[in-house]
Design a protein around this ligand. Sequence first.
Ligand code: TPP
Ligand code: SF4
Length: 267
Amino acid sequence: MATTLDYLRTNKLPHIWCPGCGNGTVINALLRAIDAKGLDKDKTVIVSGIGCSSRAPGYMDFNTLHTTHGRALAFATGIKMANPELTVFVISGDGDSSAIGGNHLIHACRRNIDLNLIIINNNIYGMTSGQYSPLTPTGATATTAVYGNIDRPFDLVALTSAAGATYVARASTFHVPQLKTYMERAIENKGFSVIEAVSTCPTYFGRRNKIGDAVNMMNYIKENSVMRKEGVTEYDKTYVIGEFVKKVAPEYTDNYTQLIERVGGKK
Ligand SMILES: Cc1ncc(C[n+]2csc(CCOP(=O)(O)OP(=O)(O)O)c2C)c(N)n1
Ligand code: SF4
């Protein structure tokens, strides 16, 4: 087995992330999943938008694309349509994917295009210093919600399941073995896969909400998580960890190839 260093652009290190940031843990799990599945570096593409989490592809030694805020899925869709042979990952923050990129998110789910989306959910806009996002919990404080957030957060699992994603799972930077396993299952799924990785931003979310340092934040995730149980729909914890959707449905680039064959045949 290769080490994760074999998949990093070590000449780009040190990275920009704060001590205790969860981004590195998520990337480590992804690199281990890629290694376990034996993906060819030259046939693997990592795409991101803008944000602290979206800086990840810059450190990863694959074909990488750092695009514009909220638009990573649009770029990734173009790449996959142009060459369906490629394995394409999208790394996105909770703001990047569910606020400015929310429309791209639901339509990628609806199309069931074979992309693997990893949403690093640190509950906040990290890069721009702590504004609330559509995943900030009600009552939490942010630089744009100093008296407490009155919005209700999205449930990403429910949102992407309803929109048509064919593999949907949630893990966290505390649940690292699950994170890696779910990433492997996403790679195996021929269709649109979503993994929510609940993560830590001690610098903005943790400090502003008085959760404490990185270790306290990890305990916060642990204490507020529960493993999903088959047949159970109501939980008394914030983060339900597990696999929620595993289904087979027609995939978009397959449909497109068939369309070309059908129309080409008529000419
Ligand atoms: C079109 C556009 N709007 C706003 C911004 C400013 N901006 C950069 S990153 C970001 C939010 C990042 O938050 P998130 O996606 O949750 O990622 P994180 O930094 O927490 O990893 C915003 C609003 C931008 N770069 N481009
Ligand atoms: S601001 Fe938050 S998300 Fe950004 S690098 Fe620091 S800890 Fe990570």
